[in-house]
Design a protein around this ligand. Structure first.
Ligand code: EPU
Length: 418
């Protein structure tokens, strides 16, 4: 097990370079299985979620070569077989093997995926979509057997603009006969990234990034070279670090356009920002004002930044209101922030943050990926030393977070514990 120690109240200055997007990369890696040739993906973040996906690919017989952030995947000798539960439950994104294997082999056997316990996270929309394409779905306890004689293009309306379902249905339908139309599709930047990747392999997908995506099935997909987009959630997390303790902190290799919802809230509370084409420079301001946020699908305020942003709200004067509309259980960081000196109450899907409160170093636990990020941010501006256990959750999703923060002046160390 791993934990980190952070000595707070250090100024952060210098440059943090953003890595490739976790939520894009975790879809691109399984998607590469659909190709008949070698696929090369660059800017893949070195995070444990990618290790777990590589393990699944290798288990299926693919050859995976990783060199820094470059990844070459040769799926030509893949054998379609059941993916064991121990590996599929390591992460949420293992569910993308459902769409990819079904799309390519018309059959997949695998278990319910893992991932952060931030809500129920059912996959009913994925399964309903597979059925619309002509597959049958059998559930045996935790296991799903999805198969089809033939996958045929269909009109699919998603009750919720789900990221996972949108991507999985693109994967399942690229090789189907006819045209599939996904309505009320998710619009996140990683949806566009996955569609671009598939198109580079020879797919015919239009409309990604809007609520209607059209996929005209093709016979086969070939090799390609593709680069993962910068991670806008990682970018947002370091921007918040800058708002809390930055001194001309530069966040480089970013796409500020993906973060309009966050940037406009930062301006509203009084954070001094310089936004360039692919960078943001910011310093800690004085007298931040309370605000309200409501999480929503893209381009709304991202649920993945709700927890990190709440740490910043503890440093704003007045009562802020946070409404979490995507996941039912994404306030697990609140008791820990309160232990550190925050004054936050919750009622259902709403949290009220009474600021400004001084934060103090304590022993806390990262219950999930973004809760861990929120606690690291709190630790960076807290008085004294904070110890955060279960930090594996954070290492699943932030490439080199310890080194990136150390390089800009944070006093943060990773420790192995029993
Ligand atoms: N939902 C259903 N049925 C479904 C699918 C989703 O009810 O079949 C519900 C979910 O329970 C949730 C909402 O719809 O309440 C949205 O879920 P979505 O499918 O969009 O999320 P996801 O695919 O499970 C991905 C990211 C999450 C990110 C969300 C929202 C991956 C691997 N995960 O999850 O990332 O929060 O989209 O943007 O891409 C994170 O990075 O910390 C993280 C949790």
């Amino acid at each position: 097990m791993k934990r980190i120690r952070v000595l707070g109240e250090q100024k952060l200055s210098g440059t943090i370079t953003i890595s490739g997007s976790k939520n894009s990369a975790v879809a691109l890696v399984p998607a590469s299985l659909l190709s008949e040739e070698i696929v090369e993906i660059d800017n893949v973040p070195n995070i444990s979620d990618i290790d777990a996906l590589s393990e699944i690919l290798e288990y299926l017989g693919a050859k995976v070569e990783r060199n820094g952030t470059n990844m070459k995947i040769d799926s030509t000798s893949v054998k379609n077989k059941e993916i064991p539960e121990e590996i599929s439950k390591k992460l949420r994104a293992s569910y993308y093997f459902m769409g990819a294997l079904l799309g390519k082999y018309k059959k997949v056997e695998m278990y319910f995926p893992g991932g952060c316990s931030i809500g129920e996270r059912p996959i009913n929309l994925h399964l309903k979509g597979f059925e619309a394409l002509g597959a049958t779905v059998k559930e045996e306890g935790n296991k799903y057997i999805v198969e089809a004689e033939e996958l045929k293009g269909a009109n699919i309306y998603l009750d919720i603009a789900s990221v996972g379902a949108t991507i999985n249905l693109m994967l399942a339908s690229v090789l189907a006969t006819g045209t599939t139309v996904i309505r009320n599709a998710a619009k996140e930047p990683h949806i566009v990234n996955v569609a671009t990747f598939l198109n580079q392999m020879g797919a015919s997908i239009t409309g990604a990034g809007t609520s209607e995506i059209r996929i005209r099935g093709v016979e086969k997909l070939s090799g390609c070279f593709h680069e993962v987009v910068p991670d806008y959630i990682e970018t947002g997390t370091y921007i918040i670090a800058g708002a809390l303790c930055g001194e001309n902190l530069k966040i480089a290799n970013a796409i500020p356009d993906h973060l309009e919802a966050l940037l406009s809230k930062l301006r509203e509370i009084g954070v001094p920002l310089e936004v360039g084409k692919d960078f943001i420079i910011l310093s800690k301001g004085n007298n931040y004002k309370a605000t309200s946020i409501k999480t929503a699908v893209y381009p709304g305020f991202p649920t993945d930044l709700q927890q990190p942003f709440m740490t910043l709200l503890t440093q704003c004067e007045g009562t802020s209101k946070v409404e979490e509309n995507i996941f039912e259980n994404r306030f697990m960081h609140v008791p820990y922030l309160n232990e550190m000196g925050a004054s936050i109450t919750t009622s259902g899907k709403t949290a009220f943050v009474n600021g400004k409160t001084k934060l103090f170093g304590r022993r806390v636990e990262a219950t999930d990926l973004r809760a861990g990020a929120a606690l690291i941010l709190a630790a960076l501006c807290a008085n004294g030393e904070t110890t955060i256990t279960k930090i594996e959750h954070v290492l699943r999703g932030y490439e080199g977070i310890i080194e990136k923060l150390q390089n800009v002046g944070a006093k943060i160390e990773l420790e192995e514990i029993e």
